[in-house]
Design a binder for this molecule. Structure first.
Ligand SMILES: Cc1cc2nc3c(=O)[nH]c(=O)nc-3n(C[C@H](O)[C@H](O)[C@H](O)COP(=O)(O)OP(=O)(O)OC[C@H]3O[C@@H](n4cnc5c(N)ncnc54)[C@H](O)[C@@H]3O)c2cc1C
Length: 326
C-alpha cells in the first residue's frame, strides 16, 4: 500500500488526504498551527464571476462540477453539511464596471449563469448608483468542518517513519522551506469581520467588492481585504474601518462588530494552484497556491496531485510546478 505523509492540514492538506484515502493510500498527517490560518478564517465562497472586470472565473464550469462532486462525496462519507447555495447581488462601484457588465452581458459571456441586470436606483433597500447584477450559482463551503472531518481518517503524527511520498501543503509558509521557497507564492493578507446587523434581514450575499454574507439570525460576515505587503497575520484597525465603511455604503442599519480575524492566503499572481513533484527530491510533492479561489480550485488540484503520486501522471500544464523551477 502506498503511504503518504501530508504536512499542513488546511484545505489543501484535507483535500489531498481525501483524494489519496479514496484511492486506497495510507495517509499520515501533521499540522503545527498555533493561530488562525487561511483555511479557518475563509468564507469558502465560490462565485462564477469575480473582480472589477466581472470576469467568468478560469475553467469555472468544469471546476465547479468537480468541486460539487467532491464536496457532496465528503458530506455523504462523513455525514456533515459543507455546501450552501446562494444568490448574490452585486453593486457596481463605478461606471467602468457597468461598461464591463454591458460588454460581457451583451456578448453572451454570462449566459450560463442566470445573470439579471439591476438598473441604477434603489432595489430592496440598497442603492445601486451605477446599477448592478444578480445571479445564482454561488456556493459557500464550510472549510473548517471539512478539515475536521477528513482529519478523523488520517493517522496524526509528526514522525511517520519511511513513506512513499511526503506532500507539502503548508500554504504561504512553504516560502520558509528551502525545498519549496522557489514556488511563486505571493502571500496576501485577508481580514474578515463577524458582525450583527439588527433589522437587515438579508438572505442573499450582497457585494460591492466587500461582501456581506448572512450566517443566521442577525449575524453576518463581512470581508475580505487583500494586502500583499503586510505579512503580519494580526487584525488591523485600518482593515476593520475599510470593511465597515464599504459595507455601510450598501446598508443603512448599524453594524456591530463581534469578531475580527486575519490570515495570509497562499496566493499567486496567475491565480492557479501549484501541484507536482519536486524536480530533484522525488519523494516530495506539493499542493499549494490556492489563493482566493481555494474552495473552487482545491478539489481539481487535489485530484491531479493524487494521480501524480499514485499513477505517475504529470499534472495539467497550467498548474504543474515544473514550469516554475529554474
Ligand atoms: C479572510 C479570508 C477570506 C477568504 N475567503 C475565501 C473564500 O470566500 N473562498 C475561497 O475559495 N477562499 C477564500 N480564502 C482563501 C482560502 O482560505 C485558501 O484558498 C485556502 O484555505 C488555503 O488553504 P491551504 O491549506 O493551502 O493553506 P492554509 O490554510 O494556510 O493551511 C496551511 C496549513 O499548513 C500548516 N503548516 C504550515 N507550515 C507547517 C509546518 N512546517 N509543519 C506543519 N504544519 C504546517 C499551517 O498551520 C496551516 O494549517 C480566504 C482567505 C482569507 C484569509
Amino acid at each position: 500500500m502506498t503511504s503518504v505523509h501530508i504536512v499542513g492540514m488546511g484545505l489543501a492538506g484535507a483535500l489531498a488526504s481525501w483524494e489519496l484515502l479514496k484511492r486506497g493510500a495510507h495517509v499520515t498527517a501533521w499540522d503545527d498551527a498555533t493561530g488562525d490560518t487561511s483555511s479557518n478564517v475563509a468564507a469558502g465562497m465560490i462565485t462564477p464571476i469575480t473582480g472589477q472586470r466581472l470576469k467568468p472565473t478560469w475553467r469555472g464550469q468544469e471546476l465547479m462540477e468537480q468541486a460539487s462532486r467532491t464536496y457532496e462525496d465528503i458530506e455523504r462519507h462523513y455525514g456533515v453539511v459543507l455546501r450552501r447555495d446562494w444568490r448574490l447581488r452585486r453593486v457596481f462601484r463605478d461606471a467602468a464596471m457597468h461598461d464591463w457588465f454591458r460588454r460581457r452581458f451583451d456578448g453572451g459571456e454570462f449566459d450560463d449563469y442566470g445573470v439579471t441586470e439591476i438598473h441604477p436606483g434603489e432595489c430592496d433597500g440598497v442603492g445601486y448608483p451605477y446599477g448592478g447584477m444578480k445571479h445564482g450559482n454561488v456556493v459557500t463551503i464550510d472549510i473548517p468542518t471539512l478539515v475536521r472531518a477528513v482529519r478523523t481518517s488520517v493517522a496524526w503524527t509528526s514522525d511517520p517513519g519511511p513513506t512513499s511520498a511526503i506532500v507539502d501543503c503548508t500554504g504561504y509558509r512553504a516560502l520558509n522551506d528551502p525545498l519549496w521557497s522557489w514556488l511563486p507564492i505571493e502571500p496576501s493578507k485577508g481580514e474578515i469581520l463577524d458582525v450583527a446587523i439588527p433589522g437587515l434581514g438579508l438572505d442573499e450575499i450582497l457585494t460591492n467588492g466587500t461582501w456581506i454574507l448572512p450566517i443566521g439570525d442577525d449575524r453576518y460576515r463581512i470581508g475580505a481585504t487583500h494586502d500583499w505587503d503586510d505579512h503580519d497575520p494580526q487584525p488591523t484597525e485600518q482593515a476593520r474601518l475599510y470593511l465597515l465603511e464599504s459595507a455601510q455604503r450598501m446598508v443603512s442599519q448599524e453594524i456591530i462588530v463581534t469578531g475580527h480575524r486575519a490570515a495570509l492566503r497562499p496566493s499567486t499572481k496567475f491565480k492557479r494552484p501549484l501541484v507536482g513533484r519536486h524536480p530533484h527530491d522525488h519523494r516530495h510533492y506539493t499542493l499549494n497556491g490556492l489563493g482566493t479561489k481555494g474552495a473552487l480550485q482545491g478539489p481539481f488540484a487535489a485530484a491531479q496531485l493524487a494521480a501524480c503520486i499514485l499513477d505517475g501522471v504529470e499534472p495539467d500544464d497550467e498548474i504543474n510546478i515544473s514550469r516554475w523551477h529554474q
